[in-house]
Design a protein around this ligand. Structure first.
Ligand SMILES: *[C@@H]1O[C@H](CO)[C@@H](O)[C@H](O)[C@H]1NC(C)=O
Ligand SMILES: *[C@@H]1O[C@H](CO)[C@@H](O)[C@H](O)[C@H]1NC(C)=O
Ligand SMILES: *[C@@H]1O[C@H](CO)[C@@H](O)[C@H](O)[C@H]1NC(C)=O
Ligand SMILES: *[C@@H]1O[C@H](CO)[C@@H](O)[C@H](O)[C@H]1NC(C)=O
Length: 357
């Protein structure tokens, strides 16, 4: 912000110049340190490449997914659908009625009462007009709510925008996997011509221009890939908020497969139908990102996880806003997570600015 910087142009400040200079050096160095330490939280794949190689030689997950049956076995006889196509609200024509084929669909996991967050997305990276001639669309995934007043508002929103999809399962934190599988079902049934599927959470700011310029235009992820922040050999939490019951992944202390942190995923569209089909075989597991990008991906086989550094990185932490503010044109972020509406607007205006040329 301009007004937090010392006003060098005022002559009176000149006699304090050396103090200002010392202060400035101090500010810059602390900012640098803050940036530097925080940047470790980006979990950049290139930095962790050696860890990944080590991991791969043990489990060799992404290369030959089905060679290690004891590490993770799937009950092949199980055929209970996680999501069976029961929608309360749907829009089956969103993609088919498009004047030209939809190229990119953004699938947003959203909480039912987050009307403002959905509106933010509609006006930013979900705004079709901003990205033409590339056809970008957004859908918001919701579950069932008990509160009738809330449901009436959701209905009203649906009739105005037609971009909210509501599945017939209770919208709850431990039910996010239903939502994720509903997204797979929806795209594989109603948006079949799409090339990329971008899954985000409703607090994510996504630089669609950068994506179109650097990923889409270069055909970076054309088939059988999931692009996200990769995790490998994470400890399975057995207690606390994220606790996984002991009978699931029994005998394992660490996840025996790689997965991605779910806040932003970019998927080549050809993985969607395979992942959806696999959901009939892989029993329910409530951590949706582990379920989809770990278990389902593992069950399908041959789907690679790609994690880029350089220009195309993500961060779920508030460090992202600093990155945009400090180094707008060189900030490598493609997406960041921000749940405060003011930070969201600020981040988007910076993203808009860096794409204006
Ligand atoms: C994984 O297994 C394949 C053979 O299935 C082998 O060629 C490759 O070198 C292995 N990769 C690693 C990282 O060990
Ligand atoms: C596999 O799933 C079927 C159907 O849900 C169930 O009856 C069977 O007990 C399961 N087998 C194992 C080993 O979990
Ligand atoms: C998840 O959804 C199912 C189906 O609607 C429901 O029975 C269950 O109680 C929900 N789970 C939670 C934690 O609310
Ligand atoms: C990375 O970003 C810079 C600055 O925006 C741009 O000039 C460069 O082409 C980008 N690199 C790739 C590989 O897209």
């Amino acid at each position: 912000m301009i007004n937090t910087r010392p006003a060098f142009c005022i002559p009176a400040s000149l006699k304090y110049f050396k103090y200002v200079l010392v202060l400035l050096v101090f500010i810059i160095s602390t900012k640098y340190i803050v940036l530097h330490t925080d940047s470790n939280h980006i979990e950049c794949g290139c930095e962790l490449q050696s860890k990944r190689n080590e991991y791969n030689s043990e489990f060799n997950d992404s290369i030959s997914p089905k060679t290690n049956p004891e590490t993770f076995s799937i009950n092949q006889t199980c055929c209970i659908p996680i999501f069976n196509g029961q929608y309360i609200l749907n829009n089956v024509r969103m993609c088919s009625k498009s004047p030209s084929p939809v190229n990119v669909i953004v699938v947003v996991h959203t909480a039912p009462h987050h009307f403002a967050r959905r509106q933010n997305i509609r006006e930013t990276y979900g705004a079709r007009k901003l990205f033409l001639p590339t056809e970008v669309r957004v859908i918001f995934l919701l579950g069932r709510v008990d509160d009738q007043t809330l449901q009436d508002r959701i209905l009203g929103e649906h009739f105005i925008f037609g971009d909210t999809i509501q599945g017939d399962f209770k919208d709850a934190y431990h039910n996010l996997t239903y939502k994720a599988v509903m997204g797979l079902h929806w795209v594989s049934h109603y948006c079949t011509e799409v090339k990329y599927v971008i899954k985000t959470d409703d607090d994510v700011v996504f630089d669609m221009w950068k994506f179109l310029k650097e990923v889409y235009a270069n055909n970076l992820y054309v088939s059988k890939t999931i692009y996200g922040i990769e995790r490998f050999q994470d400890l399975i939490p057995r207690t606390g908020k994220w606790a996984v019951p002991f009978n699931i992944l029994k005998g394992h202390t660490h996840y025996p497969f790689q997965y991605c942190i779910g806040f932003v995923l970019i998927m080549s569209a050809d993985v969607i139908i395979d992942l959806y089909r696999a959901s009939f075989k892989v029993p329910f597991f409530w951590l949706d990102d582990v379920y989809v990008t770990g278990m389902l991906r593992h069950a399908v086989g041959g789907i690679e996880i790609i994690e880029h550094c350089g220009n195309l990185t993500f961060t779920p932490s508030s460090w992202g806003l600093n990155c945009l503010q400090e180094t707008l044109y060189t900030c490598p972020l493609l997406a960041l997570g921000l749940n405060k509406p003011r930070s969201y607007k600020k981040a988007w205006s910076l993203i808009k600015k860096r794409n204006e040329k």
